[in-house]
Write a protein that binds this ligand. Structure first.
Ligand code: SD4
Length: 315
């Protein structure tokens, strides 16, 4: 057998996509690029790109983009103004990952407007990766974060209306996580993910967004990926890690997103009734996006250009 064929077939006999041989030789893209989920990814991209164009690194950019959505009271799925859990509490999940493989995360955090920045502090100023609930809140306060009531009058009104029926909402009806993947002028990758989670969830519920490898994963050699949608299903498939690993195996960014979704489609007999979207950014600057159903919007910024795109669901 020729050596080339051997590599393609793999030691265990399964077929590996032909581009595998290139995956570990990816040449880093050095033109700053940002990709973010949903339409509020557009303003997040503007802010993140400003950071990159001023020479900031990918982590600074991703955090800045995420902070923009967290501060926006009109955005009912992230930070201030996020819809609460079934008991009326706004509980936030967020994580960050940088180009050196460092990670930080907070989950079930209350009364702190910028969970993404608390997550970054966990990453940079503690020996841990993840803090949750009251401990995360106390940590934030010790780092100078101010306590804020995150439940706006608008969100309170919607929650009160929901209480009359207490209908189970699916995340795609009410909720959209902001994930930001950034690549800076040195070609380094970083990402951030932030959400108030599934609207009217059980008190204490944590989704995929603060789970490293589920809501977000960054591997500076290969690429990065982030998820939005029904967190429970993303956690069960280690979604973002899977997308990055598939890119390592030679899948293109879009095929990696599709393959990760395909596994979910199969495990739901071809008929999942929820939404999941993945965004992926490969080290060479190539982007891929896919979603399960309906439509999914995402924004890509390259240099001066920042545009919103739509992708249709796989099923
Ligand atoms: C979660 N993934 O908490 C988040 C919600 C979301 O579009 O992204 N909805 O499960």
């Amino acid at each position: 057998m020729e050596r080339r064929d051997f590599i393609k077939t793999g030691a265990f006999g399964f077929t590996i996509p032909g581009s595998l041989m290139n995956a570990d030789k990816l040449k880093a893209n050095i033109n700053p690029i940002i990709i973010s989920t949903w339409n509020f990814g557009l303003p997040a991209n503007d802010i993140a790109m400003e950071v990159l164009l001023k020479g900031g690194n990918a982590m600074d950019a991703a955090e800045a983009g995420a902070r923009h959505a967290e501060a926006d009271s009109k955005n009912s799925s992230v930070g201030f103004g996020g819809l609460p859990d079934e008991n009326g509490h706004v509980t936030l999940d967020a994580c960050v990952m940088d180009s050196r493989g460092n990670a930080g995360s907070v989950a079930f955090l209350q009364n702190i407007q910028h969970p993404v920045s608390v997550a970054r502090k966990v990453m940079e100023e503690t020996k841990h990766v993840m803090l949750v609930g009251e401990g995360a809140r106390q940590f934030a306060i010790s780092k100078g974060f101010k306590e804020t009531n995150l439940l706006t009058e608008k969100s309170k009104k919607e929650w009160k209306a929901w209480q009359k029926e207490r209908r189970t909402m699916t995340p795609h009806e009410t909720h959209d996580t902001l994930s930001v993947l950034a690549q800076d002028a040195k070609g380094n990758l970083a990402g951030a993910c932030t959400t108030s989670g599934w609207a009217y969830k059980m008190h204490g519920r944590v989704g995929d967004s603060p789970i490293i490898g589920a809501g977000l994963y960054v591997d500076n050699e290969i690429g990065s990926s982030a998820a939005t949608g029904l967190g429970e299903e993303v956690i069960k498939t280690t979604g973002s890690f899977l997308v990055v690993e598939l890119m390592r195996q030679g899948y293109s960014p879009i095929d990696a997103c599709k393959e990760a979704l395909d596994r979910i489609i199969k495990s739901h007999n071809g008929k999942p009734d929820f939404q999941i979207g993945y965004i992926a950014l490969r080290k060479d600057g190539k982007v891929g996006v896919a979603c399960l159903k309906w439509e999914f919007e995402y924004a890509i910024a390259r240099g001066e250009e920042n545009k919103l795109y739509k992708v249709k669901g796989l099923i």
